[in-house]
Write a protein that binds this ligand. Sequence first.
Ligand code: HEC
Ligand code: HEC
Ligand code: HEC
Ligand code: HEC
Ligand code: HEC
Ligand code: HEC
Ligand code: HEC
Ligand code: HEC
Length: 244
Amino acid sequence: MRIPEQIQRLAIVTAVIIGGVLLVRFVLIPRSLISDDLHRASTVQRELAKPIKFAGSTACQDCHEDVSSRVRKGYHKNLSCEGCHGPEARHAENPMEVKPFAPRDRKFCPLCHGYDPSRPTGFPQINPTAHNPIKPCITCHNPHDPVPLTAPQECSACHAQIQRTKAVSSHALLQCTTCHSVPAQHKKTPRSAWPSKPDTRAFCGGCHGKEATPKDAPKIDMSTHGGRFLCWQCHYPHLPEGRG
Ligand code: HEC
Ligand code: HEC
Ligand code: HEC
Ligand code: HEC
Ligand code: HEC
Ligand code: HEC
Ligand code: HEC
Ligand code: HEC
């Protein structure tokens, strides 16, 4: 007797499906994923038997009240102690024997503060390669109470090279602000507010022109000296040289 062709095809398709299911169930999916151990009642015992690694912030507070109260008041109030210090249950039980870990390395803080466009706007972020790149973060920021710092107000704090250059020049006694008007914001976030720079020959002529008042400034004839060039195309203003 001949099996009708449509039944044959149906049998092949059924065989392929059953074979596929068996292959995936017993060969392709690893045994460990199918294991039903996880769903047994004994799982609870098994998890309970694991050693406890985290003590919890309240435990730290019992012995480190000073640090805890500082953290609670500051910008890091929502961080847990062990989020930074790592699991410290063993230290909490035996503080003299088990020395805890403290994340003093520069690489640590950028895990949260390194610039990442996916972080919410307003979250304080820095570029670790450009933000005071040499010293560890904790030399300037207290990890338990990271108050926002203000940048130094002296020009020399950031322009030390220019300050040192000017200091040995004949312009040593001039204030930086005689030639640059500097918005206050420049000293906090330098690139958000730019100081002015002199932009005309007449500016220098204000002291060096024949008619100019300051007696101690050597005079030149503004109409001929240096032609039409700007003064600082020949004289670096922070170290001007004349007779040399
Ligand atoms: C039973 C009291 C006790 C508990 C609880 C405790 N500590 Fe301590 N901890 C100490 C003592 C004592 C020292 C000083 C040990 C030393 O000087 O060697 C110390 C030192 C430290 C230090 C300084 C290590 C260093 O390198 O200077 C850190 C950090 C620290 N603990 C973190 C924690 C954290 C985080 C917790 C909570 C998980 C915690 N401690 C819980 C008693 C305790
Ligand atoms: C943002 C990460 C961070 C958090 C959160 C944090 N710590 Fe620290 N902790 C540090 C770093 C970094 C040091 C090392 C400071 C140093 O060497 O100047 C430190 C040092 C310490 C020390 C050593 C003594 C001292 O005062 O410097 C103790 C004790 C301590 N932490 C306890 C705690 C406790 C308790 C908490 C939770 C209330 C906590 N820390 C939360 C980063 C953190
Ligand atoms: C687990 C993430 C996390 C880690 C690690 C962390 N911080 Fe913070 N930091 C925060 C959060 C959250 C704030 C509060 C942000 C806010 O108020 O919007 C904050 C605030 C700050 C501020 C205040 C900035 C401002 O002007 O508002 C400074 C500075 C700071 N952290 C420095 C550090 C330093 C230094 C370290 C390393 C010792 C560190 N942080 C580690 C999460 C973290
Ligand atoms: C040499 C000192 C110094 C070091 C080292 C330093 N900072 Fe700062 N940090 C500052 C000063 C100053 C400011 C305030 C700048 C300003 O007013 O714009 C600041 C600001 C910040 C802010 C606030 C930015 C904001 O947008 O509000 C964060 C966050 C920060 N620093 C994190 C870090 C981290 C993380 C490290 C280590 C990778 C670090 N700092 C190393 C001095 C330092
Ligand atoms: C917090 C650090 C900081 C302080 C303080 C600071 N500056 Fe600057 N200044 C900068 C930075 C950063 C730049 C940009 C340098 C660059 O991008 O080449 C800059 C640029 C300048 C420029 C160049 C502007 C331009 O268009 O090229 C002048 C001029 C200047 N500063 C003058 C001053 C004077 C004068 C003071 C003191 C009253 C001062 N700065 C204080 C950081 C600072
Ligand atoms: C005699 C006027 C004068 C004084 C004083 C002076 N500057 Fe300048 N500065 C200039 C001029 C002019 C330029 C523009 C130079 C150019 O464009 O080549 C300039 C440029 C700069 C620049 C841009 C970068 C550079 O080197 O050209 C900075 C930054 C700067 N000055 C900072 C300072 C600081 C900080 C002080 C004080 C320590 C200071 N200046 C004092 C006249 C002056
Ligand atoms: C506020 C007045 C003042 C301004 C503005 C000023 N200078 Fe001077 N400059 C002086 C004085 C004062 C001296 C001489 C100081 C001394 O006795 O050595 C001097 C000296 C010089 C010298 C001679 C240096 C030498 O070794 O002989 C040159 C060149 C010079 N300035 C160029 C400039 C240029 C270029 C500018 C404009 C960017 C400028 N100065 C702006 C006051 C000024
Ligand atoms: C083309 C280059 C050039 C330019 C532009 C230039 N100088 Fe000079 N300057 C010199 C040279 C070279 C000397 C030294 C020789 C001399 O005294 O002529 C000098 C000397 C000086 C002296 C010292 C004069 C003395 O008696 O000690 C002053 C002051 C001076 N320049 C100011 C200026 C001022 C201000 C400007 C802009 C208005 C300016 N220079 C533009 C090249 C230049």
